[in-house]
Design a protein around this ligand. Sequence first.
Ligand code: FBP
Length: 568
Amino acid sequence: MSTLNEQLISTEAHRSIFENEVRKLPLPVCKAFGSAEKPTLVSFVNTDKVLGTKDAATVAAAFPNTVKASANTVLKAGAATAAVTGKRVAVLFSGGPAAGGHNVLCGIKRMLGAGNTVFGVRGGPKGLLEGKLFEVTEADVQKILNTGGFDFLGSDRTKIKTPEQFEQVKKTCIDHKLDAIVIVGGDDSNTNAAILAEYLYTGIKADGSGVQVIGAPKTIDGDLQIRGLLPISFGFDTATRIYAEMVGNILQDTASSLKYWHFIKLMGRSASHVTIEVALQTKPAFTLISEEIAEKKLSLAAIVDQIAKTVIARYRNKSLKHGVVLVPEGVIEFIPEMNALIAELNDALAHHADAFAKLPEADRAAFIQSKLSADNARLLASLPGYVVKMLLAERDSHGNLQVSLIPTELLLIDMTRARIKELDAEVPFNTQNHFLGYEGRCGAPTLFDAAYTFNLGLTAGALILAGKTGYMASINGLTTGGEPLAIPLPGLLNVERRHGKDEYVIEKALVKTDSPAMQYFISRRDVWAADDLFASPGPRQLWGPAARQIPISVALNDAAATLEFKIG
Ligand code: FBP
């Protein structure tokens, strides 16, 4: 019998009791793949779905090889085929981490089997440029299966766009004799995958052939989804369940301590998918949805007025002095007057960068105000100093405002307090504020994310062995058995004018206000506002009755008959 000290030391390096158990979790696989241990290699056949955006003709001219090869047709898994050996495949993670990335890698490794070689790329796209590759073994798979995060490989946000960078990728392919690259990422990274697939289509290897590129849909934001083809990006389920647990706990606390309004900002960059999902799981008193605000052209004052009136009504009608307000991370950019201000600020800061930089911090707001139109100057002057400071802070590498740095939840609290004072000064309004973001990205994947990602990996692996390039792996039909699909990436590309140049982009999928999830939310929110009807979903479960749930918004939008996922 070991001592307690020895037992504790044995839990270091990802060996907690939980992590040890989670590695043994059996993963269901789509019927086409047979088993998780020895998956069947499948072929791919055309479906009748052909993709294309309004820019299809421009895209076809710019991506002649991949568009000609795929005819932008979605593929589905077909019959089993004979083994393929000798392929060398590199896998990289790109962008923010999301739970389940390790299982994508494990699924690829399982599908490729002992007859092929899988390399991990250290540190994302930058690692690919620098040729930081190492071989992934079956022992690695045993170690990382069902664990959260991207820490086995690491990630970064390098955009591969210059001719020098393309040459560097080519060099890495040649140096490591690669046959294929899998890019696990969001909308930008899959755009990169489409561009690389075209660039590497021919002329890389000695025999003149190319290197295949396959994408896998990742992001906790949920803004990479295509109705009927790609239900959701992986990592969304785990992140929203973690946030929903925390929001549920706070809701339970508000109703216990009976004194605070909690304003909780939730990660998700632009889209409000995370926020609506957490609202559907927890039923708080008030939830902002950025896309609805933009559509209804609600001003900041109108939004604050709605929150203040909810606070007052709960107090006057039910004596409730508490509640929870959910705030999407990117809401500020969806409020029309703030959006106009930010756009003019971006221009003004870019034009007067040198003069602005030379000024002492205390003089900067007044200086930039003098460069704005009258309306925007007035709006900037009306905002609290802590918001102005962040609005004037350094832009990111794309020249954009870093919205997550703006304490929108604090701004809303201050403005709501002032509005309540105007409307009904007797109403108590004690507040707390939170930002839930990084806590949700790297938790151990839910059973759904674990199974979904493993199957995405099997699909990506099978696509490589089938010789395909320029596709994103997908699993559709998540409550009806699961169907592996291959989505032609050029079919998703739009042309956008950015920094004076045409760029190819996969558009972010924002929340649609007429979607079934949004319509259901709208049908219930007034009831949730009037009284405490919250639910506390609790910690995510990997065993037992609550383990097999898919995100509520995904089930509603997919018109699923059940919340229970069924793969296999
Ligand atoms: P991805 O789109 O790359 O998956 O990133 C998602 C995200 O977590 C956003 O929700 C958030 O705004 C952003 O990353 C934060 O980025 P960083 O990790 O660079 O701070």
